[in-house]
Design a protein around this ligand. Structure first.
Ligand code: HAM
Length: 425
């Protein structure tokens, strides 16, 4: 073990794991693009205020989990704990105006940072891929976005997911919902944890997000949040459920689903996997129609989601799918002796420029070891250049599968290989 190791809650993604990551990234990109979405990249750190104002100061993320620091000019900055706030800021900052059926449709991928207690599927640096769509209040969009989440994982081969849906209402009905929660929990307040007691006055909906079993036992029997929604929120919710049914997407209406961020209104949803143990939420999202206004823009309704890439990878690994995304080498070039190195390195340069994937021997000139290595790495062709070959101005080519060997004149080797091996495949 080295004396300096990766910081607690962070991990290396070693080469053996990379094919699964590429697979998740590649499929997600394809699915996002099939919905007409474009990629966006925002900074990894932002001003702290961006997150406190949007995510909410009563949330665990803002009150306990942010990596915040002062820069040399005493500005408070924070490593982003999520992507939505930065994207809304970028939208506003770009000065883009939406009209008619214009939508701002973006997808993103990158590291996020939360000071959480690390465990399987929960890290302090983790990666999210997500989608944000600004510009429509329609429940048809809610259904389309939820379906996009489902499609992502179907395409990856993950189908055993539960979809939880709720509506957290709007500024009209939220006060009624808050009062209902307070009335229901009031008698048991002394039994709830300190966080829940603080939230009781300031943001009672947050109480439902408490994961402590001691608190959760008091939540059962809680009145259905959706029965206290105002009429427009009820209509929105019913339409969404109808659209999902039309798409044959099964869902669970979960009255306790409030999500860990305060910017949501109306629709909230999560995709849950039973392959993930305690950290079973693979994807989470919802509508945030007021967020653009909170940041000083004109009202722009919006919805989005993000999923944890590490969690998707954990599920794919548990499914033991054989995923190969990186391309193997096509040629092992064995150079024996100093003059061969001079001619060989120049040849390798030309072959790589042609698009061939070529490996050279750096340390060993033991033929047996080098051929064994080519076999082990399933490299289909070996080129050998030694004293003899140089004298006859040729190079030896061995086709590993058949064992056939040929001497090819050095002047013809590029053309020969270009015909033999499909380039850039
Ligand atoms: P979130 O539910 O906080 O939502 O995170 C989304 C997903 O990120 C989770 O479902 C989980 O898979 C993954 N995740 C969160 N924290 C960790 C962690 N510590 N370690 C590993 N994975 C984690 C959001 O972040 C919202 N911005 C989603 C959204 C987009 N809502 C609207 N648009």
């Amino acid at each position: 073990m080295p004396s300096i190791t990766a910081a607690r809650g962070t991990r290396d993604i070693l080469p053996a794991e990379i094919p699964v990551w590429h697979w998740v990234e590649q499929i997600s990109k394809e699915v996002f693009e099939s919905y007409g979405m474009q990629e966006i990249r925002t900074p990894v750190f932002e001003s702290t205020e961006l997150f406190t104002r949007s995510i909410g100061d009563q949330t665990d993320i803002v009150s306990k989990e942010m990596y915040s620091f002062l820069d040399r000019k005493n500005r408070s900055l924070t490593l982003r704990p999520e992507g939505t706030a930065g994207i809304v800021r970028a939208f506003l900052q770009s000065g883009m105006a939406l009209s008619g059926d214009d939508l701002f449709k973006v997808w993103y991928s990158g590291p996020m940072f939360r000071y959480e207690r690390p465990q399987a599927g929960r890290y302090r640096q983790f990666h999210q891929m997500g989608a944000e769509i600004l510009g429509s209040p329609s429940p048809l969009l809610d259904a389309d976005v939820i379906a996009m989440g489902v499609n992502l994982f179907k395409k990856m081969g993950i189908s055993d997911l539960k979809i939880k849906i709720n509506s957290v209402g709007c500024e009209v009905c939220r006060p009624v919902i808050r009062e209902q929660i307070k009335t229901f929990l009031g008698a048991n307040l002394p039994h709830l944890c300190e966080d829940c007691r603080t939230r009781f006055e300031r943001n009672p909906l947050r109480i439902l997000d408490c994961k402590k079993t001691g608190c959760q036992q008091y939540f059962s029997g809680l009145p259905q949040m959706t029965s206290y929604l105002c009429e427009p929120c009820q209509d929105h919710h019913h339409s969404l459920l109808e659209f999902l049914t039309a798409m044959q997407i099964d869902y669970i209406q979960d009255s306790r689903l409030v999500r860990g961020l305060d910017y949501y209104n109306r629709t909230v949803f999560e995709l849950i996997s039973n392959q993930l143990g305690a950290q079973d939420t693979l994807l989470g999202g919802g509508r945030y129609d007021r967020l653009v206004e909170y940041f000083g823009g004109k009202a722009v309704p919006a919805i989005g989601f993000a999923f944890g890439v590490e969690r998707a990878v954990l599920i794919l690994e548990s499914l033991k799918k054989d995923i190969q995304t990186s391309k193997a080498l096509t040629l092992q070039l064995i150079l024996l002796g100093e003059s061969a190195k001079l001619t060989g390195i120049a040849l390798a340069q030309k072959l790589r420029q042609l698009g061939l994937r070529v490996e050279i021997n750096f340390n060993s000139d033991n033929l047996k070891t080098l051929f064994k290595k080519a076999n082990r790495e399933k490299i289909p062709y070996v080129l050998l250049l030694g004293e003899q070959e140089l004298e006859s101005k040729s190079i030896m080519l061995k086709k590993m599968e058949s064992g056939v060997q040929e001497q090819i004149p050095l002047t013809q080797i590029e053309t020969y290989l270009s015909n033999l091996i499909p380039l850039r495949s």
